[in-house]
Ligand binder design. Structure first.
Ligand SMILES: Cc1cc2nc3c(=O)[nH]c(=O)nc-3n(C[C@H](O)[C@H](O)[C@H](O)COP(=O)(O)OP(=O)(O)OC[C@H]3O[C@@H](n4cnc5c(N)ncnc54)[C@H](O)[C@@H]3O)c2cc1C
Ligand code: SF4
Length: 339
C-alpha cells in the first residue's frame, strides 16, 4: 500500500506552499483521472492537496477584453451547459459533450481536464516498461498495440496521444491558461501549454510542479456561426477519440477569411498546423480547398502498424469537419450520426 497524507488548504497561497514543499505531492480536483491512476499504482503521491474548497475558482465570468474566464474548478458539465458558453462558444460546449459520460462530466474540473494523462494501455500497466511512467524503461507501444496512438509529433521515446476533447476545442479557440505558483501568476497560450514527447515524454505540459491552474480564458473571437466538433471513435458514446477535429471558420460570402482546425487523438497535444490553416485564407470554402489543407496537415503523418488507418481517417475527418463548419451545420452531440 502506498501511504500518503491528505490536506485541504483554505487559500491559494497555502495550496501552493503544500505542493512546493513535497516533490511527490499531487493536486486533486474531481479525482476522475488521478484516483484511477492511484488505484493502478501508476501515480504514487506522498501528499494529496485537495483544492476543491479553494474560493474563487468555480465561476464563469466575462473578461475585460470581451472574452470569458472559466475558473479551474468549474465542472465540465457547468461549462457545457452555461448559457453564455452555449451561445458564444458552442464549439467548446460541443467538444465537452462529446467526451466521457454525464456522471464524469459532473465531477471533472476544467483544470483537471487539461492535465488528464494519456490512455496508452502500457502507461496504465506498471508490469510493462513505459518511458512516460518510468523514464528509460522503453516504449512497448511502438512495436506493440498502437491502434489508439499518435501519427504526428511522435518521438522515438513515446507515441502517446493526449485524450481530451475539451482541449481540442480550446486549442482551436486559442484559449489562454492562467496559473499561479511560488514565482507568482502567469498566463500560458494554449499552444504552449501541452508538450510534444521529445526526449522527455514523462513531462506532459509546461506547467511547473508548484503551479496551480486558476482559470482558462476564452478570447472574444468565438466562431459561433461556423464551427463544428467532429469526433470519430469505436463506439458512439463513452469512448476516447480515434480522431477528432475542432473546426472554426470566418467567412466572407463563400470565401474563407480565417480558418482554424485542431486535431485530437493524433498527437501528444491538440494538433494544429499553421501552414494548413494559412492555405485556406482567401480560398473558396469548397471540398477541394479543405482536401488540400488536410493533405498539408498530414504531410508528416506516420503510422506504427495498427494505427495506420488514422492517416486517411484524419484526412477525411478534416474535410468533413470544415465542410460542416462552412455550412453552419455543426455535428450534433446528441444524435451522433455523421451526415
Ligand atoms: C471512463 C472514462 C471515460 C472518459 N472519457 C473521456 C472522453 O471521452 N473525453 C475526454 O476528454 N475525457 C474523458 N475522460 C477523462 C475526464 O475528462 C478526466 O478524467 C477529467 O477531465 C479530469 O478532471 P478531474 O477534475 O477529475 O481531474 P483529477 O483527476 O482531479 O486530476 C487530473 C490531473 O490534473 C491535476 N490537476 C487537477 N486540477 C488542477 C489544477 N487546477 N491545477 C494543477 N493541476 C491540477 C491533478 O494533479 C492530476 O494530475 C474520461 C474519464 C474516464 C474515467
Ligand atoms: S507510447 Fe508513451 S505512454 Fe505509451 S508505452 Fe510508449 S512511452 Fe509509454
Amino acid at each position: 500500500m502506498n501511504r500518503f497524507t491528505y490536506t485541504r488548504p483554505g487559500d491559494m497561497a497555502a495550496a501552493v506552499r503544500e505542493v512546493a514543499a513535497e516533490p511527490a505531492a499531487r493536486i486533486i480536483a474531481g479525482g476522475t483521472n488521478l484516483v484511477d491512476l492511484m488505484k493502478y499504482n501508476v501515480e504514487r503521491p506522498a501528499r494529496l492537496v485537495d483544492i476543491t474548497r479553494l474560493p474563487g475558482l468555480d465561476t464563469i465570468e466575462p473578461t475585460p477584453s470581451g472574452g470569458i474566464r472559466i475558473g479551474a474548478l468549474v465542472t465540465n458539465s457547468a461549462v457545457a451547459y452555461d448559457e453564455r458558453i452555449g451561445r458564444r462558444y458552442p464549439l467548446l460546449a460541443s467538444a465537452i459533450l462529446a467526451g466521457a459520460s454525464p456522471q464524469l462530466r459532473n465531477a471533472a474540473s476544467t483544470g483537471g481536464n487539461l492535465l488528464q494523462r494519456t490512455r496508452c494501455y502500457y502507461f496504465y500497466d506498471p508490469g510493462t516498461g513505459c518511458n512516460k511512467r518510468k523514464p528509460g524503461s522503453g516504449c512497448p507501444a511502438k512495436a506493440g498495440l498502437n491502434r489508439i496512438h499518435a501519427i504526428l509529433g511522435t518521438s522515438e521515446h513515446c507515441i502517446a496521444t493526449h485524450p481530451s476533447d475539451m482541449c481540442v476545442g480550446l486549442a482551436a479557440l486559442e484559449a489562454t491558461v492562467r496559473a499561479t505558483g511560488s514565482n507568482g501568476d502567469r498566463t500560458i497560450p494554449f499552444e504552449d501549454f501541452h508538450r510534444l514527447p521529445g526526449d522527455h515524454p514523462e513531462i506532459d505540459t509546461t506547467l511547473a510542479h508548484d503551479e496551480i491552474i486558476t482559470a482558462v480564458d476564452l478570447p472574444p473571437e468565438d466562431f459561433s456561426a461556423h464551427h463544428t466538433y467532429l469526433k470519430l471513435r469505436d463506439r458512439l458514446s463513452y469512448a476516447f477519440a480515434l480522431v477528432s477535429v475542432a473546426a472554426a471558420l470566418e467567412l466572407d460570402g463563400d470565401r474563407i477569411k480565417t480558418a482554424r482546425f485542431a486535431l485530437g487523438g493524433v498527437a501528444h497535444k491538440p494538433w494544429r498546423d499553421a501552414m494548413a490553416e494559412q492555405s485556406l485564407r482567401d480560398r473558396p470554402a469548397s471540398t477541394d480547398s479543405f482536401a488540400q489543407a488536410a493533405d498539408i496537415a498530414l504531410t508528416d503523418a506516420k503510422g506504427y502498424g495498427h494505427n495506420d488507418f488514422k492517416i486517411s481517417l484524419a484526412r477525411q475527418a478534416i474535410v468533413r469537419a470544415l465542410a460542416q463548419a462552412a455550412a453552419g451545420t455543426p455535428q450534433s452531440q446528441t444524435d451522433k450520426r455523421i451526415r
